[in-house]
Design a protein around this ligand. Structure first.
Ligand code: F6P
Length: 359
């Protein structure tokens, strides 16, 4: 039977989303003869009444190497708690999930693919319990979605972060400075860990291990005693000092957004060590730009596998990578907890063996 399937990209974008969209269209068209339409701006697009984007092979040609998402994405588009402004200027939080599901029916969608992180999967899973035919594709540069070894976007982010660290190293060495670099990672330090090791960091501060700044200072001083007068400190945006809390900024229209811990770390260091300290926040550079070939490959495999999940009517499941195999896992299981670094695991131990401190 010919089907009409929709696809949306929710949450923050990640390099590789366009490769997912292209793979979905190619496999749906070529293998199954199904039509694909794009829902704009994540789940918001189901409520806004915005026209869907017909996704033909011609429309998705050459998008696999482009960053971002041609469908647009929002990271506050939850139909179960939709914030709407009242005439008096106040705001109400409404459950518009039934309307979102109705719109799927009005659009004649036989199935929907939701590409996103834990927030998107949580929304999708709740809609599935209402009867909506949805499958998922996991996405986040933070790599913290559970039950998949890796998500696309992560490789591109660590390439960006590692290159940045390489660049900071040369100028740090010239000026004998301590360079603090902040990377993304709200609850998990995967980017900090992998880019930090790949880029030769001396200290890696991650959300999983509250840090004692004195340990970082001791490391920097011991390096200096050994004749190395520069140091590289990578800090994940969600890292906290022992007994402290996460740092936020209100840049985004008064909405609290994680970020700024590197400035606190920089100040703490500058007050304690005899070295010039500089801070770099990589921010959204990590989410932008072309996906690496590895991310394109994974995104393409995920997109193709999501179409197969639809053929099997596995609503409430998402594709995932286990070893070299693409498998499927239930959304319910995937969102139960985040995938964080095991602080007693081999990865942390290896980094410690290399002489890296976690504070
Ligand atoms: O989930 C990915 C992520 O990059 C987080 O690490 C970061 O806190 C967040 O998105 C920032 O998102 P935005 O600025 O788009 O709200």
């Amino acid at each position: 039977m010919t089907k009409r399937i929709g696809i949306l990209t929710g949450g923050g974008d990640a390099p590789g989303l366009n490769a997912v969209i292209r793979a979905v269209v190619l496999v749906a068209n070529n293998r199954y003869g199904w039509e694909v339409v794009g829902i704009r701006e994540g789940f918001d697009g189901l409520l806004s009444g915005a026209p869907v984007l017909p996704l033909t092979e011609e429309r998705v040609r050459l998008i696999h190497g482009r960053g971002g998402t041609i469908l647009g994405a929002v990271n506050r588009g939850n139909p179960f708690v939709k914030v709407v402004e009242r005439a008096d200027g106040g705001v109400d939080s409404l459950d518009l999930s039934a309307e979102a599901f109705d719109r799927m029916k009005d659009l004649g969608l036989d199935a929907l693919i939701a590409a996103g992180g834990d927030g998107t999967m949580a929304i999708a899973q709740k809609l599935v319990t209402l009867g909506a035919p949805i499958v998922g594709v996991p996405k986040t540069i933070d790599n913290d979605l559970n039950l998949t070894d890796v998500t696309f976007g992560f490789d591109s982010a660590i390439v960006t972060a590692t290159e940045a660290l390489d660049k900071l190293q040369t100028t740090a060495e010239s000026h004998h400075r301590a360079m603090v670099m902040e990377v993304m990672g709200r609850n998990a330090g995967w980017i900090a860990m992998m880019a930090g090791v790949a880029g030769g960091a001396d200290a890696i501060l991650i959300p999983e291990i509250p840090f004692d700044i004195n340990v970082v200072c001791e490391k920097i001083e011991s390096l200096r005693r050994d004749g190395r007068r520069y140091s590289l400190i990578v800090v994940a945006e969600g890292a906290t000092p022992v007994g402290g809390k996460q740092e936020f900024s209100t840049l985004s229209g008064g909405v609290m957004r994680l970020g700024g811990i590197s400035y606190l770390v920089g100040e703490m260091l500058a007050n304690r060590i005899d070295a010039d300290v500089r801070v770099t926040v990589l921010g959204h550079l990590q989410r932008g730009g072309q996906p690496t070939p590895r991310d394109r490959w994974l995104a393409t495999r995920f997109g193709a596998a999501a179409v197969r999940l639809i053929a099997e009517e596995r609503w409430g499941y998402l594709v995932a990578l286990r070893g070299t195999e693409v498998i499927s896992v239930s959304m319910e299981d995937a969102i139960r907890q985040l995938k964080v670094i095991d602080v007693n695991g081999a990865m942390v131990q290896m980094a410690r063996d290399l002489g890296i401190v976690f504070g």
